[in-house]
Design a protein around this ligand. Structure first.
Ligand SMILES: [Zn+2]
Length: 361
């Protein structure tokens, strides 16, 4: 972080942190591929896939107006300043330090902004959107490059069907040997025990059961035998879940849960995966954690951890417990209540499992 940021005289607001697995080497080119500030005050960004973004807001002072900036990994070639219009004074692209790119949007003095309501939304693997202001008068779009189209792919391959397939590549699940593996999926809680209750009354038991059923379907389509510890709303104790998996002699055991924070804090979001012992359990946890993060941009990576949960401690096969987000967190809950996101999370878990099985199974 630059000296400027550490200076306590400046009030800055840390907006979002996107954690992902790929860290680019210092000398690589900028991860920012294109950006556009649209007439409705929405900033859209296109980056390399798996990019860490950090966004900040800083109140204006005598020298500068209010500023919003985003830091990207990779070094910018040509620092430049672009004149603004409407509420925008100017937009600067610079390298705050070696190997970094910074996009700064400086507002004119009189602009009224509400940074506390700002939220960076990941549109897909490499596109982002944040609403910065609502123009009072007309505002002319400012942009560099094309955010919406994947121009690089189109250039590289004229076959449009191929391009389409590539943009959905997170949907491509790896193949494993058919009829070789047996997986037990354990949807947490159930019946009288709803698990975590989140914003708007969203219940862990419902979310994880639905996700688990989709995971089962996806794995079955790949020739993996899958058993669920519960198929409906029954209150199932922990020990029958374990003995079921042990009796089936499953290759792996995956327990699916969603989190709640103490005091139901809406600012706490994130994903985490636990294992109890062994490199296999750890590898399985890592594969799943990596994939669920990919489909949950903006939600913090709480990591792969060792945990002493009963179901992963007492099962005899590599076993993990995955927490797919905080139902009490504003960002996670809003996502987990949507079917589209539940499907994406299920895809991600299935992908992590299949990756593990193809490598270590
Ligand atoms: Zn739970």
């Amino acid at each position: 972080m630059s000296k400027f940021l550490k200076n306590k005289l400046f009030r800055y607001l840390y907006l979002c942190l996107f954690l992902n697995s790929l860290i680019l080497p210092v000398n690589s080119s900028s991860a920012l591929a294109a950006w556009t500030l649209k007439t409705n005050g929405v900033l859209e960004l296109r980056t390399k896939s798996n990019t860490n973004l950090k966004a900040y807001f800083q109140k204006g002072n005598q020298l500068y107006g209010d500023r919003f900036w985003v830091d990207f990994p990779g070094e910018l070639k040509n620092p430049r300043t672009i004149k603004g219009n409407g509420p925008i004074k100017e937009i600067r692209l610079g390298k705050p330090n070696m190997g970094k790119t910074r996009l700064v949007i400086e507002f004119k003095e009189e602009t009224y902004l509400t940074p506390l309501t700002w939220r960076m939304v990941g549109l897909d693997q490499n596109r982002w959107r944040i609403k910065l202001f609502t123009p009072k008068y007309s505002f002319k779009e400012i942009s560099e490059g094309i955010v919406t189209k994947k121009t690089r792919n189109i250039k590289a391959n004229q076959n449009s069907r191929y391009v389409k397939k590539r943009t959905n590549d997170y949907l491509q699940l790896p193949n494993v040997k058919q009829n070789k593996f047996l997986v037990v999926i354990d949807p947490g809680h159930g019946g009288l025990d709803p698990g975590a209750i989140g914003i708007g009354g969203i219940r862990e038991t419902d979310v994880v059961l639905e996700v688990s059923k989709i995971v089962k379907k996806l794995l079955s389509d790949k020739g993996v035998k899958v058993f669920l510890t519960r198929k409906n709303e029954v209150d199932l104790d922990l020990s029958p879940r374990v003995s079921f998996a042990n009796r089936k002699d499953a290759d792996i055991f995956v327990s699916i849960h969603a989190n709640a924070s103490r005091g139901k804090r809406r600012d706490i979001n994130g994903l985490e995966t636990f294992y109890f012992r062994g490199w296999r359990g750890r590898l399985l946890a890592k594969r799943i954690q990596k994939q669920i993060l990919r489909v949950s941009p903006g939600s913090p990576d709480r990591g792969v951890k060792q945990g002493r949960f009963y179901v992963i401690k007492n099962t005899r096969m590599p076993a993990v417990l995955v927490e797919i987000g905080f139902l009490t967190g504003r960002l996670d809950a809003r996502r987990l209540e949507k079917n589209t996101h539940r499907k994406r999370i299920a895809y991600a878990i299935a992908k992590g499992i299949l990756e593990y099985l193809s490598k270590a199974g």
